[in-house]
Design a protein around this ligand. Structure first.
Ligand code: GLU
Length: 311
């Protein structure tokens, strides 16, 4: 199907208006900040690799990137150590268990299996070299910014909210350490992992970040290469297998696009070579995916005929 600008904007508008009445789900509340974000906010954006933006709703509201950050740090570490080292040291297979599962670690001798669950993401952060936590953090923040095409910033408020409540993730850090699968000081890795979840992005930013993945690693706004084209299939396959938590299989079955969501209510999907779809709406379903966000992304994917397995 030839995707004209009018066709794409019509799909974005229709996705927003048809998904808006869906008031199911609830904000995440295990991180206090997230519970306080207005639930009615709803933004949808699409960007193509030539930098055209299509949007509807609250696309300029800045929210916590949360788990979506895992994709960009995985991109950084894949660039730094190579895709095979990621597979050996962390693993590249879905766990089939919730994103913060300790049992998943126990079942596999402390190997996280997936870089997109918390244990794997903490292990991935531990592979970012740096003399200090701040040095390591600077590289991760720079990568988020290069993907977004503008300087991304940490929210001190969100970071504070997470750092003072992240006991479960700290426990995961020590379990990784005991298994030999944390490659830096574990509390440093958890600290930096928590910061990477606490940056602020808009729905438009997410669309740019996704369009960088859709466009072979070249940012559509800055035209700079952010990640080698050869690494993109590794990132997108991980998103397909683990990007929407334990609903990733259903998502592939029904929508057929690599995606990643976060408990802040953001969701991103990538149609390789074509475009990225981003949405934001805080209320989540029981597995942690934005209710309206999923509906809007699925609507656009279907309207524009983007299912990868249907092409
Ligand atoms: N900071 C959150 C955590 O580690 C991110 C979770 C998510 O978005 O999946 O629990």
């Amino acid at each position: 199907m030839k995707l004209s600008p009018q066709t794409i904007q019509a799909a974005v508008d229709a996705a927003h208006s048809s998904s808006a009445p869906n008031i199911g789900g609830a904000n995440a509340n295990y991180i206090p900040y997230l519970a306080s974000v207005p639930s009615e906010l709803f933004g949808v954006a699409v960007m193509t690799p030539d930098g055209r933006l299509y949007k509807a709703g609250d696309t300029d509201y800045a929210f916590a990137i949360e788990s979506i950050s895992k994709v960009f740090t995985l991109a950084l570490v894949t660039e730094l150590i190579g895709s095979e080292a990621v597979r050996q040291k962390v693993g590249t297979t879905p766990t089939g268990l919730p994103f913060n599962s300790v049992m998943a670690l126990e079942l596999h001798n402390g190997k996280p299996l997936s870089p997109l669950v918390n244990a794997g993401a903490i292990a991935i952060v531990s592979l970012v070299s740096g003399v200090s936590a701040d040095a390591c953090w600077a590289k991760i923040l720079d990568m988020q910014s290069r993907f977004a095409g503008r300087p991304i910033a940490l929210s001190d408020e969100i970071n504070q909210s997470e750092q003072t409540t992240n006991f479960h993730n700290r426990a995961i850090g020590w379990l990784l350490c005991s298994a030999g699968t944390c490659y830096s000081d574990p509390m440093r890795a958890v600290d930096v992992y928590t910061r990477q979840c606490s940056t602020l992005v808009t729905t438009t930013d997410l669309a740019v970040m996704g369009a960088t993945l859709a466009g072979g690693g070249v940012n559509p706004v800055t035209r700079l290469s952010v990640v080698a084209a050869a690494n993109i299939p590794h990132l997108l396959s991980e998103m397909t297998m683990e990007g929407l938590y334990t609903a990733s299989g259903d998502w592939a079955y029904q929508v057929g696009l690599p995606g990643k969501s976060g408990v802040g209510g953001g969701i991103l999907a990538v149609a390789p070579g074509k475009l990225a779809i981003a949405a934001f709406s805080p209320p989540l379903d029981l597995v942690g995916n934005s209710v309206r966000g999923q509906a809007a992304v699925a609507y656009i994917a279907k309207a524009l005929g983007l299912n990868l397995f249907g092409s």
